[in-house]
Write a protein that binds this ligand. Structure first.
Ligand SMILES: NC(=O)c1ccc[n+]([C@@H]2O[C@H](COP(=O)([O-])OP(=O)(O)OC[C@H]3O[C@@H](n4cnc5c(N)ncnc54)[C@H](O)[C@@H]3O)[C@@H](O)[C@H]2O)c1
Length: 343
């Protein structure tokens, strides 16, 4: 039995959108039906690159087409909420790039609107589809690392300095989504400190702390003012430790059989023994995370199935971002995510 391809529109095709459009176009189960952007030059470029797609400046034209099942929103972040809501209200499944919105209230509203209209809402938390991150999650779920004590990430570079958003909003969403994904819990309380060296009011470096209900801790260090190009996430478990290093071509994940062992009957530090065991490098599939992400979205639309990085996941990342932003503005004061308004 042949199944019709899922017809998809992509809105926002400047820097990131074309990567999404290219993956939709190449996927056998999908058809790139529309490319939509306000910019004339971008539309001309898209017409040449995707001659079979309809190219338009008008999102309403995409939304009015009953054969379009889903729309990918890859516009600038401040527009995500309004455009995503229009897509869902038009009865289309929505994929919204990260971060899903600028405020938890707006992200919560998108989750609600998707539910009301019975449509799937997915967020572009790309690293959750990275085979190396999936491997670390698999090890955690199988109990290989024991109980998670803490997870920390470093996303550092001498990189693109943005005038309109700080290093937290620019670099943090992926790390927060992975830390939430690995811990499997919803964040409870956060705090953050950061410093502005290059532009007043725009943090170049941010250190953020996330506490989960079970006591697990997440920490992120993001900076575009750093000599090292670093993209690592480290999980410290009670039995083993694992590191995901996205800069290492053939050693993306390393598992250390290292732990500090406390005998059950003792609670004093001097009786803790340290274990220095083998180092294991699991084989990681070389699949492109973006292709896996787009493939997953298409499958979820086709089967009307909840995506891995669903609206709730998007909301939890925006909650951390907004709460960290409040903490940054208040000398690192701890902020409970439950205290944020959610639409
Ligand atoms: N997953 C990743 O690794 C990754 C990487 C880069 C960017 N992103 C995300 O992708 C999104 C887009 O990033 P970018 O750097 O390409 O943004 P950008 O601001 O450079 O481009 C946005 C485009 O959207 C268009 N647009 C805005 N409003 C529109 C509307 N109403 N109708 C039609 N077109 C409209 C603009 O004309 C522009 O061409 C952001 O959310 C960003 O965070 C994700």
């Amino acid at each position: 039995m042949s199944v019709d391809p899922v017809r998809i529109g992509v809105v926002g095709l400047n820097y990131w959108g074309p990567n999404l459009a290219r993956n939709v176009d190449r996927l056998p189960g999908a058809e790139l039906a529309y490319c939509c952007d306000l910019d004339d030059k971008i539309r001309a470029r898209m017409s040449a690159q995707f001659p079979d797609a309809t190219v338009t400046a008008d999102l309403d034209q995409v939304l009015a087409d009953p054969t379009v099942e889903a729309v990918i929103v890859a516009t600038s972040v401040p527009t995500h909420y309004a455009l995503g809501k229009r897509v869902l209200q038009a009865g289309k499944h929505a994929f919204i790039e990260k971060p899903m919105a600028l405020r938890a209230a707006d992200a919560g509203d998108l989750v609600r609107v998707a539910e009301v209209h019975g449509r799937q809402l997915m967020v572009g938390h790309l690293l959750e589809y990275h085979p190396a991150v999936r491997k670390v999650k698999e090890l955690l779920d199988a109990g290989e690392l024991g109980r998670i004590f803490y997870v920390y990430s470093n996303r550092l570079n001498l990189g693109k300095v943005r005038p309109d958003e700080n290093a937290l909003w620019s670099l943090g969403p992926h790390d927060i989504s992975v830390i939430n994904f690995l811990t499997g819990e919803e964040p409870e309380e956060v705090s953050a400190r950061g410093e502005c060296y290059l532009q007043p009011g725009v943090e170049d470096v941010v250190f953020g702390y996330i506490r989960y209900p079970s006591g697990m801790i997440g920490h992120l260090h993001v900076s575009w003012l750093d000599p090292h190009k670093t993209r690592t996430i480290t999980v410290v478990g009670s039995d083993k430790m694992a590191v995901f290093d996205d800069m290492d071509a053939d050693r993306k994940v390393t598992v250390y059989d290292k732990a500090a062992v406390v005998p059950d009957y003792q609670s004093y530090g001097e009786y803790v023994t340290l274990r220095f065991g083998d180092i294991h490098i699991p084989r990681i599939a070389n699949d492109e995370p973006l292709r896996l992400e787009v493939e997953h979205f298409v499958e979820c639309v086709r089967d009307n199935r909840r995506p891995l990085s669903d609206g709730r996941d998007g909301l939890n990342v925006v909650r951390v971002l907004e709460a960290m932003e409040l903490s940054l503005r208040d000398a690192g004061r701890p902020v409970k995510t439950a205290d944020l308004a959610v639409g």
